[in-house]
Design a protein around this ligand. Structure first.
Ligand SMILES: Cc1cc2nc3c(=O)[nH]c(=O)nc-3n(C[C@H](O)[C@H](O)[C@H](O)COP(=O)(O)OP(=O)(O)OC[C@H]3O[C@@H](n4cnc5c(N)ncnc54)[C@H](O)[C@@H]3O)c2cc1C
Length: 474
């Protein structure tokens, strides 16, 4: 007999910062829940980049309900102005959080969700669907039922391919052993792989910048360390972003440091390169090929961004944006083809809803392929979705978000040698993009921040905006 859905717990997929925020809000509201985490401990994805320093300070890294649970447990909050590393985020925030009595016995580790459906219903069947419980299958074959599913699985496990056309480059699968995941610990545990060797970093996002800077430091210590930076775009100025104009100074500084590194000659920059194939060379290296161009390296670091895994929930009725893979309602608010910054309008349960009632993707996964996700956004999503699941629709719809602005958000996309575009036009930020405390702030016409566009991250290469007859970006 199938238990009525309403008597079942909410299942949260993923014990990353946003899944745990959802868990904290569920605990706060007295809603029964279980968190399923594929890794051996909380924040298994961040564990892999624990050596990386975040660009946003602690004040944007702690969820409100999580803070309440931690405060009750006698937590000492880190200095809100300090920048944590991924490791700090785990050690000083998430690890204590999962030990609080409200969460401790609600999290299953080593529990990888491989499929989510409605018990007794495939995607086609409608009558009675909304009353049927969700059925969640784990990799070890265990099955659970749930009243609702909050999918906070992130995107870390599904990197984009190197192939410039969105499918693996020819030979990419065979060359997998020569390709490193984004953000290797170049100066720490992965040092031997890069010291005294030639590395090609592919991609133009924040991850690529971080790796380039680490490789630059390694090159100073280890003779023979060579770095080549492979990007799709060709506008170098755009690559470096906006420095001091960024309201997250750490993020702004990153672009400046990468620029200096390239100018020092330590990094060879190869622009306009869309990888088509990867081949082995006679001496055991790999060669990236794009038309007549070729780049040879010992190791390729894939810093091309991430994409969500919707395969796990393929039997659910999803309303996905055809470009980003976020919900259709969220897409225009975060579309990196239009928004070149991390600021987004407040959004919550309404923008995250799918036709499948009771299923919500939140956190990095909710943004699909858009590279602009910030923790503060995810925490507000978690608060809103959980309020809705608890039946408090007033709180669910009272969405608020106050994010730091990047300079590029509030400016024209004007760069040296280019004409400024009107910030109020469709090439500039959406009017709502400055929602929150900064709603009244006027656009700063000359400022620049780190772009977060289609190049794949928080530091990006964008082709110059094309101005059509109507004056809008194409
Ligand atoms: C290097 C780096 C730096 C960043 N810096 C910042 C910053 O400074 N400020 C900021 O606001 N944001 C930053 N971000 C963006 C974002 O906040 C992080 O990616 C954040 O970790 C996203 O949280 P999440 O909970 O959505 O996903 P994740 O942290 O990816 O957590 C997802 C969890 O789900 C688990 N999981 C995955 N699949 C399954 C499954 N099938 N079954 C069960 N469990 C599963 C994973 O093991 C993981 O623990 C950064 C991202 C990166 C990569």
């Amino acid at each position: 007999m199938i238990v009525p859905s309403k008597d079942l717990p909410v299942v949260v997929i993923g014990a990353g910062p946003v899944g745990l925020a959802a868990a904290a809000h569920l605990a706060d509201r007295g809603v029964d829940f279980v968190v399923l985490e594929s890794g051996p401990s909380a924040a298994a994805a961040i564990e892999e980049w624990r050596h990386v320093r975040l660009f946003s300070p602690w004040r944007y890294g702690v969820d409100s309900a999580a803070r309440r649970l931690l405060d009750e447990a006698g937590w000492t909050e880190p200095d809100p102005d300090m920048l944590p590393t991924g490791g700090d985020l785990i050690d000083q925030y998430l690890a204590p959080l999962v030990k609080t009595p409200q969460l401790a016995d609600r999290i299953q580790y080593g529990a990888e969700v491989v499929a989510v459906t409605r018990a007794g219903f495939d995607r086609i069947r409608t009558a009675g669907r909304d009353d049927a419980p969700f059925l969640i299958r784990l990799a070890d074959g265990e099955e659970l039922t749930a009243s609702a599913v909050v999918d906070a699985a992130g995107t870390w496990r599904k990197p984009n391919v190197l192939g410039g056309s969105g499918i693996p480059a020819r030979g990419e699968t065979d060359a997998a052993d020569a390709v490193a995941h984004a953000l290797p610990d170049v100066l720490g545990r992965d040092r031997a792989r890069f010291a005294g060797r030639r590395t090609a970093v592919v991609g133009a996002g924040h991850s690529a910048s971080t790796t380039l800077l680490d490789l630059g430091e390694l090159a100073e210590q280890e003779p023979g360390t060579e770095i080549v930076w492979v990007v799709r775009g060709s506008s170098q100025e755009r690559t470096y972003g906006g420095g001091e104009a960024d309201e997250l100074p750490a993020r702004g500084a990153l672009g400046e440091r990468v620029k200096k590194l390239v100018q020092s000659g330590r990094v060879e920059l190869v622009g306009g390169f869309r990888t088509e194939g990867i081949t082995r060379t006679a001496d055991g290296r790999v060669q990236l090929v794009a038309g007549e161009q070729a780049v040879v390296a010992d190791t390729v670091v894939n810093s091309t961004g991430f994409r969500p895994d919707h395969g796990v929930v393929a039997e659910l009725r999803l309303d996905l944006d055809p470009i980003l893979g976020s919900t259709r309602a969220l897409a225009p608010l975060i579309d990196p083809n239009k928004h070149s910054c991390g600021t987004v309008p407040p959004h919550g349960v309404d923008e995250l809803a799918h036709p499948e009632q009771g299923y919500y993707a939140i956190g990095a996964k909710s943004y699909g392929r858009a590279p602009t996700f910030l923790l503060a956004t995810g925490y507000e999503q978690a608060r809103s979705v959980v309020a809705a699941l608890a039946g408090d629709w007033e709180a669910a719809r009272d969405v608020q978000l106050d994010l730091p602005e990047t300079g590029v958000c509030s400016s024209s996309l004007a760069f040296p040698g280019e004409e400024a575009t009107a910030s109020s036009g469709c090439c500039g930020p959406a009017p709502q993009a400055t929602a929150g405390n900064s709603a009244a702030e006027p656009a700063r016409a000359t400022s620049r921040g780190l772009a977060t566009g289609i190049g794949g991250g928080l530091l990006t290469v964008l082709d110059p905006p094309k101005v059509t007859q109507s004056g809008c970006c194409s």
